[in-house]
Design a protein around this ligand. Structure first.
Ligand code: FAD
Length: 512
């Protein structure tokens, strides 16, 4: 017979409400009289209010929660994200020329037993098409500002992989609404103190209007404040600043010139002298922000870079955010587990904030001890979460360390002493073969080998296969597949709706 268990989620941002809804659904809260789940959310302390891009894992998460896709798109002013276009990461723009590459979500085509990557590597560098254009149709679809699917196709599915861009506040609201439907109690109050037991566990949080709140498991979702795990339990943040330097962002919202302005279906990430600028097309406005390293750039210069990006004549109200890139090596201690920014944050690149929340919540749900010590899974959980943070550090670092830009931020990133040893080892091997699945341990990875391939070859990394050319005898077959991808791509661009039209259709469908 299960013991009574209570879970208090402290904090109601994306992390708090996603944790609440996921656990309620996974642990069948509505049918489980032994379980109580509540969210304590401060009406005074706001959420961070950024985090507008996701990774394709979000589709399975929303579907699992039982959220309707069209209603989600309408409620969060969402658009479809098919990847990230990186501008100027290899070189700064010069003589009117500019380097740009796409990291699409769709894996390279693998057909008839033939992987195309070696055959692309063996083609003439001077004349071959860019990697993403050669191996998937998604490049053409996204660059043609087409949606990844048609209305009426299965919810959360379609011919091409995708994620969303959304308004961060509204995402929180949608998740909160769903969590409450699933039986989660909402406590609107602020806690001012956390009391510990003699053996260092959390005894209660002391709130202003609801007195002392106790629970079997406290989930710290208080954002960068980390009021429980950091404040009360004193677990330090393990900084990764030696590898990743970005620690600030200045963000704003910019309206479209016209309500029917064309919509990008990718996040645009444009490098600058000491970081990069995100440009996210939501249905009603663009979310734009410049990310930078305070060691390499002043706040004033960053705001100026943002203003120049947006256009000198466009009024903006920039908001500066700062964070230490890092994570807590122990995010589950005793009866407290931290999720979201409280557990750690590396930087906005590749939307790993939400990815890490999804990973944490799925693990907590699977490992949740219905009986026995509540901290039973903590050691394993901490190993898995730390490992996941570390692999993401490697993946993010890959984006920076291959740059040939001359500014000190980029030179510092290319400095071999700043490259994590595990990544350096892989880079050494990838000089002679492309990344493959055996390079990674699945339970620790948020990204697959092909995500690494898109970054490596987008950044013109050289994998030397020519001496082993004889090992690749299916050249003609591969050429036929490359031609098929080109033809399918053109067909898909003609066939799929414009992204703006698709969003309008989704919004109309949600109204009916
Ligand atoms: P918050 O949103 O800060 O929520 C904290 C909650 O705790 C609030 O509800 C607050 O009221 C509550 N709280 C705090 N103190 C108390 C108290 N004393 N009493 C009661 N309640 C309290 N992630 C992505 O996936 N994609 C992105 O594109 C992306 N971009 C980002 C850009 C920047 C510049 C930054 C900084 C982050 C970005 N992230 C991104 C990360 C993303 O924003 C977060 O992972 C996500 O929003 C989750 O935040 P959170 O819920 O942990 O914290």
């Amino acid at each position: 017979m299960a013991e009574k268990r209570s879970i208090l989620i402290v904090g109601g941002g994306t992390a708090g409400w996603l944790t609440a809804a996921y656990l309620a659904r996974f642990l069948a809260l509505g049918r489980n009289p032994h379980l109580d789940i509540a969210v304590l959310e401060s009406p005074e302390i706001g959420t961070i209010g950024v985090g507008e891009g996701a990774f394709p894992t979000i589709r399975a998460t929303l579907q699992f929660l039982g959220i309707d896709e069209a209603r989600f798109v309408r409620a969060t002013t969402a658009t479809f994200k098919q990847g990230i276009r990186f501008n100027d990461w290899l070189h700064a723009p010069h003589d009117g020329g500019r380097h740009s590459y796409l990291h699409p979500f769709e894996a390279p085509l693998y057909a008839d037993g033939a992987g195309l990557v070696p055959y692309w590597l063996l083609q003439d560098e001077a004349t071959r098409p860019p990697f993403a254009e050669a191996v998937t149709i998604q490049n053409r679809v996204a660059e043609g500002r087409r949606g990844p699917k048609r209305l009426g196709e299965e919810a959360f599915g379609g011919p091409l992989s995708y994620a969303y861009h959304f308004d961060a506040h509204r995402l929180g609201e949608v998740l909160a609404e769903r969590a409450v439907e699933l039986g989660v109690r909402h406590i609107a109050d602020t806690f001012d103190a956390v009391a510990l037991t003699a053996d260092g566990q959390i005894d209660h949080v002391a709130t202003r209007a609801h007195g002392r709140l106790t629970a079997d498991l406290f989930v710290d979702c208080t954002g960068l404040r980390a009021g429980l795990i950091g404040g009360a339990l004193g677990e330090p943040l393990h900084s990764v600043r030696e590898h990743l330097f970005v620690d600030r962002a200045v963000a704003c919202k910019v309206p479209y010139a016209r309500p029917d302005a064309p919509l990008e279906s990718v996040t645009i990430a444009t490098a600058h002298e000491a970081g990069w600028t995100w440009d996210i097309g939501l249905a009603g406005a663009r979310g734009i922000g410049t990310v930078y390293s305070s060691m390499h750039l002043s706040d004033d210069r960053a705001s100026d870079i943002l203003q120049a990006y947006v256009g000198r004549d466009v009024p903006i109200e920039p908001r500066i955010l700062s964070f230490e890139p890092g994570y807590r090596a122990r995010s589950w201690i005793g009866n407290c587990v931290a999720v979201g920014l409280a557990a750690g944050f590396l930087e906005p690149l590749e939307s790993t904030g939400l990815v890490l929340i999804e990973a944490a919540v799925a693990m907590i749900a699977e490992l949740f001890p219905h009986n026995g010590p509540i901290d039973g899974p903590s050691a394993r959980y901490n190993r898995l979460m730390s490992g996941r943070f570390e692999t993401i550090v490697n993946f993010l670092k890959l984006h920076y360390c291959l740059s040939q830009r001359p500014e000190s931020f980029w030179r510092d990133h290319a400095d071999p002493t700043s490259i994590p040893p595990a990544l350096a080892e892989l880079l050494a091997q990838w000089r002679y073969r492309p990344p493959n699945r055996f390079d990674f341990t699945l339970d620790l990875e948020s990204f697959a080998f092909f995500n690494y391939q898109y970054i490596l070859y987008g950044m013109r990394f050289r994998t030397e296969l020519a001496r082993g050319r004889d090992e690749y005898p299916l050249g003609e077959e591969a050429e036929r597949l490359f031609a098929r991808i080109r033809a399918f791509g053109e067909h898909a661009v003609a066939d799929l709706p414009l992204h703006r039209a698709l969003i309008d259709e989704f919004v109309r469908a949600a109204r009916t």
